[in-house]
Design a protein. Sequence first.
Length: 300
Amino acid sequence: MHSHNHSHDHSHGRSSDASKRIGWAFFLNVVFTIIEFIGGWLTNSTAIMADAVHDLGDSLSIGTSWGLNKLSDKDANRTFSYGYKRFSLLGALINGVVLTIGSVWILFEAIPRLAEPEMPQVEGMLLLSIFGMAVNGFAAYKLSEGNSLNERVLNWHLLEDVLGWVAVFIVSIVLIFKPWPILDPILSIGFTLFILFNVFRNLKETLMLFLQATPDQEQLANIRDDLLSNENVSDLHHFHIWSLDGERNVMTVHLVLVGDVSTEHIQTLKNDVQNSLKKYNFEHTTVEFEFADEQCRDEA
């Protein structure tokens, strides 16, 4: 006997807001990347030019993520019966990979400069750094309002840029008073390693979700306890929870009933199970009831 409890609140509003925030970040990043290329050429700063190339990669990545996030708003159909939510997860994976490659490239660019640092046009660097912190900081603030995994990964793109411009700002101030150009690659290496640490953490989470790992072990245990606390349930098996996109989860379970549960009490039991699961806000749930003497059809 099956009991299907579907949550039909597919949160299009939340996903739409995420698309708007990612769109804002994409627009700001593209415009600033163009300005950055021009500024890097005018200031003769290889650090700024390198960051401009990195920002170009960010723009392509954010644009891809924007398109995938909008695609995730589409309703379910015969091909994608759960909808397109996992496309947003794909965007998070692509962005994590691109950001990792970009950060490694920055390290390869910055490390050789430790041996042969070059003195850039300091006043121009200072002005660009202030502008860069403002633009990228605003874009990061817009994305920080979102909770999706995709937005969190993109936020690290922008946070990397903000920290980069903080480094440029500090170096510019120091270089005005002291001719120490080696500070530029040192700070670049420092903030890039910091970003890589956090990106690897997000990439691990994204890969685990792609492999349909349980999103929350503690939640799994709590739900098990809630279901088994019902006096009409003696055991459970084929209990699975996985995530569509890092936010919206799906659950399936087989509940074994005690021997004296009558068919008349099944509807009451359905309502009890539905109420116990309501607080977990699943996107979809599928619950199958099995009588005590019934053979599970999914047994190997």
